[in-house]
Write a protein that binds this ligand. Structure first.
Ligand code: PLP
Length: 408
């Protein structure tokens, strides 16, 4: 007897998730079934403009043809070897990624959190092997309101109680200072400091952009203090802000850059620690690794991502459309928007709390065919694919104005 597969509705699929899926997310009630470019379509065929872009994992839009072609070609040839053997895609990927960031060496991993974890290990080892910090004493200075991922060590230095509560005991060795405060950073750094680890723009915190000069100040301070500057560009990097990296806005080259999200082209998880040779050179065989890190499929997609960024087109689009985004948001200030922060195609928008929480505004936007994500309180985050058209962006901003005009 053959069973005819019955297509389930959005409501049925959401209901079916409830008993079998861990409740570690609270998604908007939309069930996406297909997507192309900046648009997604739900199970019932309703279309939505994706103004979140997978938290910047979809900087090139859904299913960018060059990336899909690179993945298809690789799928037909070789997908996984493990690092027990070499594969013919990895060297090219590492060479091009290092050149793109102005650094020398690459440690390929998979997820963002793994890249951060790897950087913590590398920075500590560098502190012992190169800087001469006594064994077990290395510290890493981080910023309040950071978001670097969800592993036990990473939540150990989070200041978000929701991320931490119930998950101790925590990993020691971290000092937290206020973000965008060079004096506090200077006071926290000492002979035991292996690294200063910060996001050049704090994404999850609501697209917090530091004052001009902060990143250059971190570079100067870390150089003087003889510790590493580790920039977590997992969300801010790869074109989002109008430059390849957010640190490029201040022409700063950190010792270590962490990349993820968009590096996988929205197809596979690909992350990397990219650093100076002196830093990544501390790792020897057996000291760190990953079964999937640097696999040929990831390397092929990652190389195609780097090729797209080498053209400069996406950085240019983000810068140009960023002007449209900023102008549109500026026009809404006082009309439901109490303030916003934006750089390139990335904005944190504080909505008048009287008009609803960020979640409620996101739900109203969803009903109007726009997908966004709230962060904290009444803040929503806008991060469309860098392929979005100006006209689509203008329409989305008009819809935001309309939704805010409707009030609660
Ligand atoms: C700055 C930053 N670092 C690290 C991560 C963790 O990445 P992943 O979710 O791939 O582990 C994120 C995810 O949002 C991020 O924004």
């Amino acid at each position: 007897m053959t069973t005819v597969a019955r297509t389930r509705s959005s409501a049925e699929l959401i209901g079916a998730e409830e008993p079998v899926l861990a409740h570690n997310y609270h998604p908007l009630p939309v069930v996406v079934a297909r997507a192309e470019g900046a648009w997604v379509e739900d199970v019932e065929g309703r279309r939505y403009l994706d103004m979140l872009a997978g938290y910047s994992a979809l900087n090139f839009g859904h299913r960018h043809p060059a990336l899909i072609e690179a993945a298809h070609r690789q799928l037909d040839r070789l997908t996984l070897t493990s690092r027990a053997f070499h594969n013919d895609r990895l060297a090219g990927f590492a060479e091009r990624l290092a050149a793109l960031t102005g650094l020398d060496m690459v440690l390929p991993m998979n997820t963002g959190a793994e890249a951060v974890e790897s950087a913590v290990k590398v920075a500590r080892k560098w502190a012992y092997d190169v800087k001469g910090v006594p064994d077990g004493r290395a510290t890493i200075v981080v910023a309040a309101d950071n978001f670097h991922g969800r592993t036990t060590t990473i939540v150990s230095f989070s200041t978000d109680e929701t991320a931490r509560a119930g998950f101790g005991p925590f990993t020691p060795g971290f000092r937290v200072v206020p973000y965008n405060d060079l004096a506090a950073l200077e006071a926290a750094v000492d002979d035991t400091t292996a690294a200063v680890l910060i996001e050049p723009i704090q994404g999850e915190a609501g697209v917090n952009i530091p004052d001009d000069g902060y990143l250059a100040g971190v570079r100067d301070l870390t150089r003087r203090a003889g510790c590493l500057f580790v920039a977590d560009e997992i969300q801010s990097g790869l074109g989002r802000t109008g430059h390849t990296l957010a640190v490029d806005h201040e022409s700063v080259v950190p010792d270590v850059v962490l990349l993820g999200k968009a590096l996988g082209g929205g197809i596979v998880p690909v992350s990397a620690v990219v650093a100076r040779r002196e830093v990544l050179g501390v790792l020897h065989p057996g000291e760190h690794g990953s079964t999937f890190g640097g696999n040929p499929l990831a390397a092929a997609v990652g190389t195609a991502v780097v090729e797209l960024l080498e053209t400069g087109e996406f950085q240019r689009r983000a810068a140009e459309l960023g002007v449209v985004l900023r102008g549109g948001l500026q026009a809404l200030v006082g009309k439901g928007v109490v303030g916003f922060r934006s750089r390139g195609l990335w904005a944190g928008v504080d909505v008048d709390p009287a008009l609803g929480t960020g979640r409620e505004v996101s739900e109203r936007l969803m009903r109007e065919g726009i997908l966004v994500k709230d962060t904290h309180g009444s803040t929503i985050r806008l991060a469309p694919p860098l392929t979005v058209r100006g006209e689509e962006l203008r329409e989305a901003l008009e819809t935001l104005g309309k939704v805010l005009g409707q009030g609660g």
